[in-house]
Ligand binder design. Structure first.
Ligand code: PBG
Length: 321
């Protein structure tokens, strides 16, 4: 026998030498939730170990993220009051903007402060945009609000804004508004290929989503990949600095195709339902939690993602330590 591939698997040292892919804390981004008016962190039942933070506990978590050498924290706000326009998203006193400022002031030199730029947490109907008089999501009216929201987030101190609403033209509208307001250096991490996915279920608990209906008129059909490439091309042409594919594990082919297609860095989001599956199975003793989490992260990296958003970011940094 000439070829014995097992020779290169016989010890941890030789395996490490030939490992093609590594996960490093500097490539991980921790999504975090902050609830307006919360006086103590509130557990999210469908995401064991994840909480809705108070402003103080959020700053502490961001400090841990910086200490662990993570790339960033991605902030999601849970407002006390929602309305049809999602006013809490654009007001400087809105919970997300207040939280961005607190995190930027306290730990912003050591970790990237990232903002979800989307209306769904702030609207009473739960859609990612405003509705027209027939109840449909109004693309172009929403763009004006996204532009205003991104500028408010930049003003609050966000290094990175992440438009996730899948409105046509959102990256261009945000880039123009940021530049006009003097925020040329604020990075746009575009959720370019975001699918209408069942795997967002626990997230909707996390932000107490009031969604009526579904998001299929703006998020992508899981059956399609060419559409994802089109979205990526459009976002890059409009000025996206990085593009994201979401969810991650069920869409590794899309991550791989995105990485082949574009020269901007590709990120992938291991979403709430992916986290919940590993949590639920490992709680039953059916899979090994740490190994399953790290295996999924290395797989997402292997597919071509430079950066990974994951609720395991802090723990993974520790495991990898
Ligand atoms: C929209 C947004 C969603 C997630 C991130 N940004 C929810 C949605 O589109 O319904 C989901 C993240 C997750 O499931 O972990 N602002």
């Amino acid at each position: 026998m000439i070829d014995r591939p097992r020779r290169l698997r016989q010890s941890p040292v030789v395996r490490a030498m030939v490992a093609e892919t590594r996960v490093h804390p500097s490539q991980l981004i921790l999504p975090v939730f902050v609830a307006e008016g919360a006086t103590e962190p509130r557990p999210i039942p469908s995401m064991p170990g994840v909480v809705q933070h108070t402003l103080d506990s959020l700053v502490e978590e961001a400090r841990r993220a910086a200490g662990a050498g993570l790339a960033g924290v991605m902030l999601f706000g849970v407002p006390q009051h929602k309305d049809a326009r999602g006013c809490g998203a654009t007001e400087p006193s809105g919970i997300l903007n207040v939280a961005l400022q607190a995190v930027r002031d306290k730990v912003g030199d050591d970790v990237l402060v990232m903002a979800d730029t989307c209306l769904d947490e702030f609207t009473d109907h739960g859609h990612c945009g405003v509705l027209d008089d027939r109840g449909r999501v109004d693309n172009d009216a929403t763009l004006d609000i996204y532009a205003e929201m991104a500028v408010a987030q930049a003003r609050a101190g966000a290094h990175v804004v992440a438009p996730s609403g899948m409105m046509d033209g959102q990256v261009g509208a945000i880039r123009t508004a940021l530049d006009d307001a003097g925020f040329q250096d604020v990075v746009i991490l575009a959720y370019a290929a975001k699918y209408a996915s069942a795997f967002y279920g626990p997230f909707r608990d996390a932000v107490q989503s009031s969604l009526q209906g579904d998001r299929r008129t703006y998020q992508q059909d899981p059956a399609n990949i060419r559409e994802a490439l089109r979205e990526i091309d459009l976002d890059v042409a409009q000025g996206a600095d990085m593009v994201m594919v979401k969810p991650a594990l069920s869409y590794l082919d899309v991550v791989a195709a995105a990485a082949q297609r574009t020269t901007v860095p590709v990120a992938a989001y291991q979403v709430s339902g992916e986290y919940a599956m590993i949590e639920a199975a490992s709680a039953q003793g059916w899979i090994d939690r740490e190994r399953a989490a790290l295996e999924s992260l290395v797989s997402i990296r292997r597919a071509g993602a430079q950066a990974v958003l994951t609720y395991y970011a802090l723990e993974a940094a520790d495991w990898l330590g």
